[in-house]
Design a protein around this ligand. Structure first.
Ligand code: URA
Length: 240
């Protein structure tokens, strides 16, 4: 159990400065487990704690682990330049908690994007030492051929890479649709690998990370959900 007072708890959840959070509490704007509390010094039990403010219930969460079904035309960059940032899809207070995308998807790539405010989690998930497979469905300009699959499995040389990069697995899903699984996360990797193999990626969607399947989350594009411990366990590395 945390020993945080209510004003600090609100601040930790991203609702604003301590001073602002105190004023919300003193103005009777905050309910704790269903009861309005005006004493900001109260130390509530954080286990199962539900705050109510701004007409919504907010379950206390020490850290946020989020899966977003990313739509096209959103940037993962912290300082987006041409399109809105993915953070704008989440509640505003999550930005105050320093929630960040775990890795990047291109602005036109859709699908599974993890987001968190847990630095250790972000670091571990992004580490190249982890061999967590990322599964993509790539729509191709030219038809998928056995030769293309053989090239991607055998490894293709990208300009700025010291050695060829290979897909872990790769299979044809349809005449112009390829499932490609990568264990690295290089810049524009799928698109560049397809180009290096003589084809062109016209649309890209990430459908799974490790054992976590986007389909199992039942999110429409633009929707997000919290990940529970069981879903996070599916992201565990296969080898360290
Ligand atoms: N590979 C790409 O080319 N783009 C992405 O967004 C992800 C992987």
């Amino acid at each position: 159990m945390s020993k945080l007072s209510l004003d600090r708890i609100l601040q930790s959840q991203g609702f604003g400065s301590r001073k602002y959070c105190r004023s919300l509490i003193e103005d009777g704007e905050v309910a704790v487990n269903g009861e309005i509390v005006t004493d900001y010094k109260l130390i509530p039990d954080t286990a199962g704690l539900v705050l109510h403010l701004f007409d919504e219930d907010w379950e206390y969460r020490e850290h946020l682990y989020i899966a977003l079904n990313k739509p096209a035309n959103f940037e993962c960059s912290r300082k987006p330049s041409h399109h809105p940032g993915v953070l704008t899809i989440l509640p505003e207070q999550f930005s105050w908690r320093d929630v960040q995308p775990v890795g990047r998807l291109d602005h036109d790539t859709t699908g599974l994007l993890l987001m968190s405010d847990d630095g250790a989690f972000i670091h571990a998930q992004s580490s190249p030492k982890r061999h967590v497979p990322k599964v993509y469905a790539a729509t191709t300009h030219d038809a998928v051929t056995d030769e293309l699959i053989a090239q991607l499995l055998g490894g293709v040389q990208l300009h700025d890479e010291p050695a060829p990069l290979a897909a872990s697995t790769c299979r044809k899903l349809d005449t112009h649709l390829l499932e490609i699984v990568l264990e690295q996360g290089k810049y524009h990797q799928v698109k560049r690998m397809l180009a290096a193999a003589g084809n062109h990626c016209s649309a890209l969607r990430r459908v799974a990370i490790g054992g976590l399947q986007l389909a199992s989350l039942e999110l429409e594009e633009g929707e997000w959900c919290y990940l529970d411990a069981g879903q996070l366990a599916l992201l565990a590395p296969q080898t360290e």
